[in-house]
Design a protein around this ligand. Sequence first.
Ligand code: AMP
Ligand code: MG
Length: 317
Amino acid sequence: MNRHKATQASIRKAAALIRAGGVVAFPTETVYGLGADGLNPKACARIFEIKDRPRFDPLILHECSAARAKKLFSKIPKPALRLMEKFWPGPLTLVLPKAAAVPGIVTAGLETVAVRVPADRTALALIKAAGRPVAAPSANRFGALSPTTAAHVKKQLGNRPDMILDGGRTAIGVESTIISFQGDKPVLLRPGGLPLEEIEKAAGAVLLRPAAGKAPLAPGCLKKHYAPAARLKLIAPGKAVKPAPSAAYLAFSTRPAGKWAAVKILSPRGDLREAAANLFGALHALEGSGARTIYAEKVPRHGLGRAIMDRLRRASA
Ligand code: AMP
Ligand code: MG
């Protein structure tokens, strides 16, 4: 049994495991992470093994305060400082030139490092007790659906992690928004739990993609990712598709007519935050229904809708 309810005692044990080079799955407000000592290359290598993740895919370092997080960078432009002050702890990852102490396995050899301060009690307590940055990608098999509960982690990774801390369902439910910089200009590398609109209010216009050869790309942002085992097809909301007992349906707010293998509604009141929080749980459930095809309705592309559409597009690739 490697799954434990998050308590002071289990968090302390998990922190000791991390200090000793172990790998622990833990909740954050976005999705569950698979964490190891971010300054220990051997421990980080185990993350890649457990996930079957390719080595060219860099890891995000998690810290317990902005003050500590800043030390992982060698250079911080002014707008990045504003974003840290305003949105940390929270679902925002910043990619900036790395400090010398950050090992190459964390950055996949890049000169930049991705860092964030999560807004989750268990995550913060764990990182604080570990006393070092915790490197953590999502706690799933590479390319598969991201986990928003400890049960999702257990289903995909079993006993591979030394411990799974169960802190309940994650509050936001999609991964962090990743921002890098071209000089002083913020660039969006991955839409996520912090809406672009809020970032623009604090730091001005955000470039939606890096100029060719100018800024680091996000190597892990593959076209196909976050994919359920079934074939996912994106459709316009309410578009009449023929119901089939071998197909499942992921609706934004309204139940489709007819008989389906399974149906999930992301948010009956049409709220994009609620929809994001339910996204991966719904996909896990539809995948579990055994359906061969999942029809997924497109959602409006503002606020958290941008992150939802990004995940659905990749899942359908
Ligand atoms: P995950 O931890 O699974 O949410 O994925 C982290 C993602 O952050 C990676 O797949 C990359 O796309 C991105 N990332 C991490 N470090 C860097 C970096 N130094 N430069 C650009 N993108 C990064
Ligand atoms: Mg991931």
